[in-house]
Design a protein around this ligand. Structure first.
Ligand code: NAG
Ligand code: NAG
Ligand code: NAG
Ligand code: NAG
Ligand code: NAG
Length: 379
């Protein structure tokens, strides 16, 4: 059952990868196949880059003149494909009909090798240069096949008990790797190495043409147009900023609620005397002190008979209390209350006239409508 699930998952993955990105594979452990390669003529490949799968889940490259090879790995960045012979004897393929002509591949380095067929009791180290190697897959108990780099101009001196099988075989190898297990082929067209290096996806620009392009580059200067970047900044940045502000407000509100609910009732007066307000700078001490004060006598005779309550703290004036009046508008308050107010607001809390600059009567209103309405109700 888990195997079946895995199978369906892999099939699904294969379909998704093929449809979306032209990425495919023959089995989970075989090399990833993507542009410029295509698998089984899926239309994803560049001409000459068709790969196929064999029944054992191996990835197969067909070279037009040489037949099938197993793909061991593909490096899309340096554009190199490592192939091996299905019979595990690459040297045998080299001696037969190995040719890259008709394919888009080449070798980075070719070596001219000589192949010798020597008798089995022949000692390589004693008779041949140290560069000679036994090719195990071609040798057996009765004879030993040796490969060694061909000397200058292909000259090979006669070697006792050996016959030359092939001289000057062009072997696609990275020196000093020997033509035994595998070979590395490279391709130069199409050139997708730079795209891969930058993290992009290489592919056909449009169907029906062989022009290639680099897509889905990660967001750097080459990747996204400026407008798209601004779009992302606006689309993501502003909502994020709003969220942060919203969260900040929420937290502030909670802190404020908390401290408000824990305030004792005796502090309400101070809270009212300091209503939250747009601070535009209050008056300095000497200016406040210059406003006229009135000390109430025992008779509580009020300067204005109808005003018996301080509009700020909403408590009645008591004998021996000190009142202060704001010049120009002639409103009275407890001196303590209006002093605190004027330290933060340069305007009269009732008529909003500024005692300092009476012309600037258009100052911002009290934000707390409740307190302002209760104040004006007592005018
Ligand atoms: C590669 O695949 C394409 C598309 O299926 C096909 O037209 C083309 O003949 C194939 N080439 C080889 C060499 O198999
Ligand atoms: C090349 O040789 C192999 C055997 O080594 C053979 O299977 C293949 O068909 C040959 N390819 C061509 C194009 O002759
Ligand atoms: C090497 O030579 C022997 C005869 O001396 C021959 O039977 C054998 O097939 C040769 N091996 C190869 C790989 O050609
Ligand atoms: C190697 O084998 C040849 C015959 O194949 C024989 O004449 C020669 O004596 C042998 N040499 C050794 C060192 O065994
Ligand atoms: C080697 O040669 C002997 C006879 O000369 C033969 O019986 C034997 O099968 C050969 N071994 C191989 C691996 O060909």
């Amino acid at each position: 059952m888990p195997v079946l699930t895995l199978f369906f998952f892999l099939s699904f993955l294969k379909i998704c990868l093929t449809l979306q990105f032209c990425e495919d594979f023959c089995s989970p452990i075989s090399p990833e196949v993507r542009f410029p390669f295509g698998l089984d003529g899926d239309g994803c490949g560049y001409p000459g880059f068709n790969l196929s799968c064999n029944e054992r889940g191996q990835t197969i490259l067909n070279l037009p003149r040489s037949g099938n090879f197993i793909v061991q790995s593909i490096d899309y960045q340096i554009q190199e494909i490592r192939i091996t012979d299905p019979g595990n004897c690459f040297a045998e393929r080299l001696l037969h009909n190995f040719s890259l002509s008709g394919s888009p591949f080449s070798t980075e380095l070719n070596g001219a090798f000589s192949f010798l067929n020597c008798s089995s009791n022949f000692s390589i180290s004693a008779s041949l240069p140290s560069s000679a190697r036994r090719i195990n897959c071609l040798s057996n108990d009765n004879f030993t096949v040796v490969a060694m780099p061909t000397g200058l101009h292909g000259y090979l001196p006669p070697i006792p008990s050996c016959i030359v099988m092939e001289n000057m075989v062009d072997v696609p190898v990275f020196w000093p790797r020997y033509p035994e297990g595998d070979s590395s082929l490279i391709w130069t067209t199409p050139d997708c190495g730079g795209c891969k290096l930058n993290g992009g996806t290489c592919g056909f620009k449009d169907a029906g043409s062989l022009d290639i392009g680099c897509f889905d580059l990660p967001s750097n200067d080459r990747g996204l147009p400026r407008s798209a970047k601004y779009g992302i900044i606006i689309g993501v940045g502003i909502p994020a900023l709003m969220c942060i502000i919203g969260l900040g407000c929420y937290l502030c509100g909670r802190v404020r609620n908390y401290s408000r609910s824990h305030q004792s009732s005796s502090e309400v007066t101070i809270a009212l005397a300091n209503p939250p307000s747009i601070l535009i700078g209050g008056l300095d001490g000497p200016t406040i002190e210059s406003y006229p004060k009135t000390l109430l006598g025992e008779s509580r005779r009020l300067p204005k008979p109808n005003d018996s309550t301080c509009p700020i703290c909403l408590s009645e004036y008591q004998p021996k209390e000190t009142l202060r009046t704001i010049p120009e508008c002639n409103h009275y308050f407890h001196a303590d209350c209006i002093d605190e107010w004027l330290k933060m607001n340069p305007t009269c809390p009732l008529c909003r006239n500024s005692p300092e600059v009476s012309s600037t009567a258009t100052t911002p209103s009290l934000p707390s409508s409740a307190s302002s309405s209760s104040l004006s109700a007592r005018r």
